[in-house]
Design a protein around this ligand. Structure first.
Ligand code: NI
Length: 170
């Protein structure tokens, strides 16, 4: 197992619409394990495959705290079936360094996916888990949380980020 390098804004892979996974094979299982390991190491509460450079519909999520942590959801082709209510949550992202912002999301979602054995999974989520699932599924459609804030805030972050990257010489 290896930690995977995390792609950061404005890497174009983060803006790509990811393709569905036809079959869960050894490569996908290994990728999911490595993504989970990378998420725990960061640490973060979720990670989507495009964040490690793979534009496919796979996410890992763990919103538990403390000793409960370590039992990640690994979801293939996750889809939001129903969304209701509204909440505002201060979000960050491993691919959007040094920035958080308030984002409006649905308060509750029903998500359908497959697990790594190809079995259907249904999740009803609220609170942090609901936010996290919406955030990760957004990644699969090439959308970052900064695409859900005002244009002014987004362009201020973009300028700051590009300046930072120039300073780092990348
Ligand atoms: Ni993210």
């Amino acid at each position: 197992m290896a930690l995977l390098p995390i792609r950061t804004y404005p890497d174009p892979v983060l803006a790509q619409k990811c393709r569905p996974i036809d079959q869960v094979d050894q490569d996908i299982r290994r990728l999911a394990e490595e993504m989970a390991e990378t998420m725990y190491d960061a640490p973060g509460v979720g990670l989507a495959a495009p964040q490690v450079g793979r534009p496919i519909r796979l996410i890992v999520v763990d919103t538990a705290e403390g000793e409960q942590r370590g039992n990640p959801m690994m979801l293939v082709n996750p889809e939001i079936l129903e969304a209701e209510g509204e909440l505002v949550f201060n979000e960050g992202c491993l691919s959007v360094p040094d920035y958080t912002a308030d984002v409006h999301r649905a308060a509750r979602v029903k998500v359908q996916a497959r697990d790594l054995d190809g079995k259907p999974v249904h999740i009803e989520a609220e609170g942090l888990l609901s936010v996290c699932l919406q955030h990760e599924i957004d990644h699969l459609d090439g959308r970052l949380f900064i695409d859900r804030i005002s244009q002014l805030k987004r362009s201020m972050y973009r300028k700051r980020r590009l300046k930072q990257l120039r300073r780092e010489g990348s």
